[in-house]
Design a protein around this ligand. Structure first.
Ligand SMILES: *[C@@H]1O[C@H](CO)[C@@H](O)[C@H](O)[C@H]1NC(C)=O
Length: 193
């Protein structure tokens, strides 16, 4: 209502010819929120037909996977993954050493003796919080000797995953002193003007 009055006054002041501009469709720009980088994705069934995605790395000293998810959630995002080499290079994981990413091992594959079975091969044994990323890249680029399940106590079992410059590694969900970042993702926002 207020806007209509303002428009009417503007029209009176500048002539009604000026007002015809108002019938033009609004333009929009697509942008990622602060701290996120914009990527175009190839929409497929494997990424739930996601054609645009924003990724950002956020710091938290000695973060756990659970805390990482919370950090993302507070940004209106979800814990996320790289979908391809380009995204991985652009974000430059080298700077961060290890970054918690989306993905945790399914219960049915928690038993270490199952990991050589077909159903527990890396591409078949992880679940994800978000369906917006095709996990093939992440689950095909393991660091040498990973996934290795755990090195030590049962409570250190490595059922979460993290990305490093050398590839994906399985890590304990409680993290460790070298994991100080989490990768978050969300769709871009369309701003109208
Ligand atoms: C896929 O995307 C649609 C539309 O955005 C959404 O409603 C649906 O829940 C998503 N599917 C999954 C498995 O997350």
């Amino acid at each position: 209502m207020k806007l209509e009055i303002v428009s009417f006054v503007v029209c009176l002041l500048f002539g009604f010819g000026f007002c015809s501009h108002q019938t033009c469709p609004m333009r929009s720009i697509i942008g990622c929120d602060k701290g996120f980088t914009y990527f175009q994705r190839n929409p497929t069934e494997k990424n739930n037909f996601t054609s645009e995605w924003c990724l950002g790395v956020f710091p938290q000293k000695h973060v756990t996977e659970c805390e990482g998810r919370e950090i993302c959630q507070n940004l209106g995002a979800t814990i996320s993954m790289f979908e391809n080499e380009e995204e991985f290079k652009e974000i430059d994981v080298n700077k961060y050493i290890y970054v918690f990413i989306d993905g945790y091992r399914m219960q049915r594959c928690h038993d270490r003796s199952s990991y050589r079975e077909w159903k527990c091969q890396p591409l078949r044994s992880f679940q994800f919080r978000s369906s917006a990323t095709d996990p093939t890249f992440t689950l095909s680029n393991w660091r040498a000797d990973d996934p290795n399940y755990f090195e030590g106590k049962p409570e250190d079992e490595q059922h979460c995953i993290s990305f490093s410059a050398d590839g994906t590694i399985d890590v304990g969900c409680k993290g460790h002193e070298q994991i100080n970042h989490v990768l978050c993702g969300k769709p871009p926002s369309h701003q109208y003007y």
